[in-house]
Design a protein around this ligand. Structure first.
Ligand SMILES: [Cu+2]
Length: 235
């Protein structure tokens, strides 16, 4: 997060900003949320992050992720939200800025949303929303028999619970470091439990087109922020 930017994005100062801008621009110019390409795009994106860590930051470990099922309903008590070794705790004050941890003085130049102005890292934990990341819900998503149903469930429920549970820029913005961990969690669920889902968009596009508009049985989980529509883009 201290290496200088080199992609030429106007507001990007650091290499991490470069990475964030890829997501911001894809959100503006090409839909990567609420579409069938949601899972493969974010898988590619996380892979890119890992590659940068290894090739530019001398990182030799594995891609870290947050198993949110452990903390569902109590994100604020998660070790990830501690000041050490975590990412700092909840936000406070009128702007909701975080006040402890390694990023308490971090100035984010990317966002909020499609704007770019210097701002703190803010959070507004919502435990009612974070509870949506519980194991029962993950299990429900994994029981879906089609890619469309699994994707609807994962994006609308598990992914949204991570974003909305932390709140602040992890929720409304397209940039932040905790957001990455949330996405690795969603992908990790896939890799370890349903690897076939990862390849469905390429293998089964016609079937997916035919399934457009079908309702997922997981809609009773109460997610509503994303009303996924079935569209595909080549990335
Ligand atoms: Cu995204």
């Amino acid at each position: 997060m201290t290496l200088p930017a080199k992609q030429g994005f106007p507001a990007a100062r650091t290499r991490f900003d470069d990475l964030q801008m890829v997501h911001v621009k894809q959100t503006a110019d090409g839909p990567i949320h609420g579409v069938g390409g949601f899972l493969p795009f974010h898988r590619y994106y996380i892979n890119l992050h890992e590659k940068l860590l290894r090739t530019e930051c001398n990182y030799t470990g594995g891609q870290p992720y947050w198993n949110e099922t452990i903390d569902a309903g109590s994100f604020s008590k998660s070790i990830l939200l501690t000041s050490d070794p975590g990412f700092g705790g909840n936000g406070s004050g009128s702007k909701g800025c975080i006040t402890d941890g390694p990023f308490k003085d971090y100035v984010n130049s990317i966002g909020p949303g499609q704007t770019n102005k210097d701002h703190c890292i803010d959070r507004k934990i919502n435990e009612g929303t974070s509870a949506g990341a519980k194991k029962d819900n993950v299990d429900c998503c994994m029981q879906q028999s089609t890619y469309v149903d699994a994707w609807h469930c994962l994006e609308g429920q598990i992914h949204s619970a991570g974003h909305g549970g932390i709140g602040g820029q992890v929720c409304y913005s397209r940039s932040s470091n905790l957001r990455l961990l949330n996405h690795v969690d969603v992908q990790c669920v896939l890799v370890t439990r349903r690897p076939s889902v990862l390849y469905a968009p390429r293998m089964d596009r016609q079937t997916l087109d035919g399934l457009a508009g079908q309702r997922s049985c997981c809609t009773n989980l109460g997610y509503g922020r994303h009303q996924p529509r079935l569209r595909f883009r080549n990335f």
